[in-house]
Ligand binder design. Structure first.
Ligand code: CAA
Length: 261
């Protein structure tokens, strides 16, 4: 692939969007490669993903403005769908995805981070939805996910003003969970991912599905979604092992890794 790097460290997969000369802006090729990279993740081996950008300046500086500049109405809609389909794949990916935001997260960059399960960033990160300054709306889910994450009032302010915000403000409004120095960011992301990866994988995956699906349902339906996914766990060997380990009073024994079964 030209624009996506992928490496696996233990049970953690790291996807790096790598188009540094354009600050990792998302053109069609980047989106297609990201889609293919997600399809290629080995879910037997990898239990948590990290998504980041190449270089020290930018996570993703948005959708590619050069590519968008000549689109017709129909092509614009198709480009929006192309991004939305990949971002939705990321959002509903079976295992958790952590966005490690190492600089600019503008437009499509902010949007792709919001398709991840959680966001942590470096202290030089800058977030924003600058689209109305370019004569367009956010097109890769920004009008929907930003409002759901930080509330409609703050989302509308960010989107209507096209004003960027820095890492401390992103933390204050709940757009990111934590801010680190640039050097600390990837180690922190890997530590967070490894902590998640140590837990029972089927249970973690079911939690993701329960939270995501439940947020789209009313509470009566949402708790039924949880009941079913909770029930499913009792068919797993990891549940039997995890509970037996707790109930065994032998303090000398060492907890084995979960088997993903
Ligand atoms: N698309 C295409 N190219 C981009 C880009 C983008 N979104 N962002 C940066 N680049 C390119 C620049 O054109 C420049 O290329 P050249 O060296 O060939 O001239 C290179 O990356 C470096 O950028 P700058 O020289 O501009 O770097 P800077 O440090 O002066 O500024 C920046 C950095 C503030 C991020 C600035 O590049 C910028 O404002 N970028 C655009 C951000 C933006 O508006 N993003 C939203 C796009 S719209 C969108 O995403 C729609 C959607 O929802 C789907």
């Amino acid at each position: 692939m030209d624009f996506i790097q992928y490496e696996v460290k233990g049970a953690v997969g790291i996807i790096t969007i790598s188009r540094e000369k354009a600050l990792n802006a998302l053109n069609s090729k980047v989106l297609e490669e990201l889609d293919a990279a997600l399809d290629a993740v080995n879910l037997e081996e990898v239990r948590c993903l990290i998504l980041t950008g190449a270089g020290e300046k930018s996570f993703v500086a948005g959708a590619d403005i050069g590519e968008m500049s000549t689109l017709t109405k129909a092509e614009g809609e198709a480009f929006g769908k192309k991004g939305n389909d990949v971002f939705r794949k990321l959002e509903t990916f079976p295992i958790p995805v952590i966005a490690a935001i190492n600089g600019f997260a503008l437009g499509g960059g902010c949007e792709i981070s919001m398709s991840c399960d959680m966001r942590i960033c470096s202290d030089n990160a800058i977030f924003g939805q600058p689209e109305v300054g370019l004569g367009i709306t956010p097109g890769f889910g920004g009008t929907q996910r930003l409002a759901r994450l930080v509330g409609a009032g703050m989302a509308k302010q960010m989107i209507y003003t096209a004003r960027n915000i820095k890492a401390p403000e992103a933390l204050r409004i709940g757009l990111v969970n934590a801010v680190y120095t640039q050097e600390e960011l990837m180690p922190a992301a890997e530590k967070l991912a490894a902590t998640i990866a140590k837990n029972a994988p089927i249970a973690v995956r079911n939690c993701k599905k329960a939270i995501n699906d439940g947020l789209e349902a009313d509470m009566d339906d949402a708790i039924v979604i949880e009941e079913k996914l909770f029930g499913d766990c009792f068919e797993s060997e990891d549940q039997k092992y995890g509970m037996a380990f707790f109930l065994d009073k032998n303090k000398e024994k060492v907890k084995e890794p979960f088997q993903n079964k």
